[in-house]
Design a protein around this ligand. Sequence first.
Ligand SMILES: Nc1ncnc2c1ncn2[C@@H]1O[C@H](COP(=O)(O)OP(=O)(O)O)[C@@H](O)[C@H]1O
Ligand SMILES: [Mg+2]
Length: 369
Amino acid sequence: MPAFEEHHLLEISLAFQIYGEILHAEPCKIGHINETYIATYNQGGVPVRYIHQKINTTVFKDPDGVMNNVLRVTAHLRAKLQAAGAADITRRSLTVIPTRDGRPFHRTKTGECWRTFVFIEGLRTFEAVETAKQAFEAGRAFGEFQQLLVDLPGKRLVETIPHFHNTRRRFAALQKAAAEDRCNRAASAKAEIEFALTREKITGVILDALAKKKVPERITHNDTKFNNVMLDVKTGRACCVVDLDTVMPGCALYDFGDMVRTTTSPTLEDELDLSKVKMGMPMFQALARGYLEAAGSFLTKNERALIAFSGKLITFTIGLRFLTDYLNGDTYFRVHRSGHNLDRCRTQFKLVESIERQEEAMQKFVNGL
Ligand SMILES: Nc1ncnc2c1ncn2[C@@H]1O[C@H](COP(=O)(O)OP(=O)(O)O)[C@@H](O)[C@H]1O
Ligand SMILES: [Mg+2]
């Protein structure tokens, strides 16, 4: 790591209640939102590691709100695990290290916001699901996370990104982008725009169910990608859910839907060979089994009935966002090649089609669990 950053981290490290001197630090390559560093300290003659993380304040404009949520959520998880007599609690949930003046994060003179966590040893994350067992573990981890937070006391958590999964708004944004066609790209995405427009009726299904209280608001993770689940290196079991910036009031189904999107196809988000993009039933079954093993205890009949649909809806919603960004000139998602956002949109929409073909069978499987 460049000397400047190491020096900078030294300064950061002094702000936190860590007893010992920093030996070295290295950047963690996983994760795309925050800047994450692994730092080793000499603590009483023993090397101890911590995570220092710079909060992305472009995405999270209210770091106080974010950290307030994170503190409440982690304290509750810890209390629940303790009450259940769980072992290894500091490996099962994130532990925030406060600053020397007792705050949950440190603001530098230049306005950077830094936080520190206990580094959890013996765990690792993967970019993509490779086996059905991993899909099961992902489902179980996020299901358990939601389950432990069902009875979080106190007032409503802060919405760290308002309207995050609001498909109706995303749809309206696409209509606007297509009508304006600021970058003259609509002609090259004619088929995709049409694909989106013909599916307007699905955009309000969960929003309406929430508004009519047919489906309850819950505390949800909202970024249920597989690289946010840390697995035990030895056993492969999910141990700890990380990346708590988007934990906020939401719908349990959105979390599950995003797991379907990111774990059931063997392809990456921007796969060019669309023939490979497919919702794999064995992966889905493992994912649903894991999720319901934990979440089955609290999900209502109405939530259960929308489980397969949620996979389609979230995949469609993310596809809408990629398409909108393509039409608007790639201002939100970072692109690495020309047409990258259109490629990503095509992958999502191909997956939507694959889910549409199997939706009934997916739901039938869930009903039988
Ligand atoms: N407490 C921790 N102990 C060990 N590794 C961690 C810890 N917190 C985060 N990580 C690692 O850092 C990566 C990025 O952190 P994350 O909070 O997910 O940031 P981002 O929002 O950038 O994805 C995680 O995927 C995980 O591999
Ligand atoms: Mg992450």
